[in-house]
Design a protein around this ligand. Structure first.
Ligand code: HEM
Length: 124
């Protein structure tokens, strides 16, 4: 019997959709193109900043090419971005909502930022 999608009740053929593993593979391939571009930008010096994680990994690649392959570097970039994005976003969201629910603490935070950073520049 043909497999049906839980959400629609249609077979995969009927809905024209692809299996999860096929979609995952496509997302992986698209992401790889993106990381590859990022790597080439750094390799060609088009990025402007030499003090980046990718730049340091590319420098290590020159002395230890067997360890720091393009594939490993792309994996590390992906790991950092995936591990570091949603965790940080959610933490900030929770911090801000907790502060909004505790105006007296919010005031302390604002005062501390004003004292250390002032009002004429952004946090770097
Ligand atoms: C609020 C922020 C974050 C939380 C709550 C969080 C939480 C965690 C937890 C629970 C683990 C698993 C640790 C273990 O069981 O061994 C982990 C691993 C990891 N996290 Fe985070 N993380 C946060 C932010 C980040 C950021 C900003 C980055 C990178 C830019 C990052 C990169 C990683 C990596 C690479 C690992 C795997 C480490 C390993 O096993 O070698 N995380 N994180």
């Amino acid at each position: 019997m043909a497999k049906t999608s839980v959400a629609s009740g249609m077979t995969r053929e009927q809905s024209g959709s692809k299996s999860s593993s096929e979609r995952l593979k496509r997302v992986g391939e698209e992401a790889d193109v993106f990381w590859e571009g990022l790597l080439q930008e750094h390799r060609n010096g088009e990025h402007g900043n030499n003090d980046t994680m990718i730049q340091h990994l590319l420098t290590l690649q020159q002395s230890q090419p067997q360890l720091y392959t393009d594939r490993i570097i792309k994996g590390l970039i992906q790991d950092m971005i995936l591990a570091g994005t949603n965790t940080t976003v959610l933490t900030m969201e929770w911090v801000l909502s907790a502060l909004l629910n505790h105006p007296e603490i919010l005031k302390k935070v604002k005062d501390e930022i004003d004292n250390h950073i002032g009002k004429d520049r952004l946090l770097d």
